[in-house]
Design a protein around this ligand. Structure first.
Ligand SMILES: Nc1ncnc2c1ncn2[C@@H]1O[C@H](COP(=O)(O)OP(=O)(O)O)[C@@H](O)[C@H]1O
Ligand SMILES: [Mg+2]
Length: 200
């Protein structure tokens, strides 16, 4: 059995979860780990000097728990799938198990970033991001001014922090239709799977 770990990163509302779920549906023996499911409880997330909850930092996330889930997939992908109610195909030498890790800070966390075989990042402009975000309901809900006062500045800061590793990231235009984005990434991953299958 072989393994492939794909990172789907990028800004809030770029389309990470949409793309990851669609990839999972198309790729056999795949599963998704989403960073959003590792947020710490609201009561322990501090506020900044403007009174905004500091959700867009690694400290707001249980990264240790997320890493341990990634590690348990790496130790035994089939059993990880079964635990999540998925049905892995029978084992074979050329079987490739694919883990899709998606989230807005996956490339900023070094131990996780080091594990990716492929990195994609969805990018959309400020106005589209703000519009998409405002039409979604978050728990807890975004307070007035949160996008301009916290979310966008933090996105810029977190992106800047990536520095030179951006050269290893394939940037995707999140304005393109969902199907188009999916087709491009799916094709790229299939090529990688084929390459792995040809390796001894
Ligand atoms: N390529 C796209 N074009 C237009 N809208 C999109 C596209 N991808 C996602 N969306 C929409 O944008 C919103 C955010 O998508 P989502 O996948 O949840 O983003 P993320 O997980 O990056 O925050 C959803 O309403 C989704 O339907
Ligand atoms: Mg999401």
């Amino acid at each position: 059995m072989k393994t492939l770990i794909v990172g789907v990163g990028g800004m809030t509302n770029g389309g990470k979860s949409t793309l990851s779920k669609s990839l999972h549906r198309k790729i056999p023996n795949s599963c998704v780990i989403a960073q959003d499911s590792y947020f710490k409880d609201d009561s322990v997330v501090p506020v900044d000097s403007n009174g905004f909850k500091q959700y867009d930092v690694l400290d707001a996330l249980h990264m240790d728990k997320m890493m341990s889930d990634v590690d348990s997939w790496r130790a035994d992908p089939d059993s990880f799938l079964r635990q999540r109610g998925l049905n892995p195909q029978p084992s074979s030498t050329d079987k490739v198990c694919v883990l899709i890790v998606e989230g807005f800070l996956i490339f900023n966390y070094r131990p996780l970033n080091d594990l990716f075989d492929k990195r994609y990042s969805l990018e959309i402009p400020y106005d589209v991001c703000k519009r998409r975000r405002s039409s979604r309901v978050y728990t807890p809900p975004d307070p007035p001014g949160y996008f301009d006062g916290y979310v966008w500045p933090m996105y810029l800061k977190n992106r800047q922090e990536l520095g030179s590793i951006t050269s290893e990231i394939f940037f995707l235009d999140g304005l393109k239709p969902k199907e188009e984005v999916l087709t491009a990434v799916y094709k790229d991953i299939c090529q990688e799977i084929d390459r792995l299958q040809e390796e001894d």
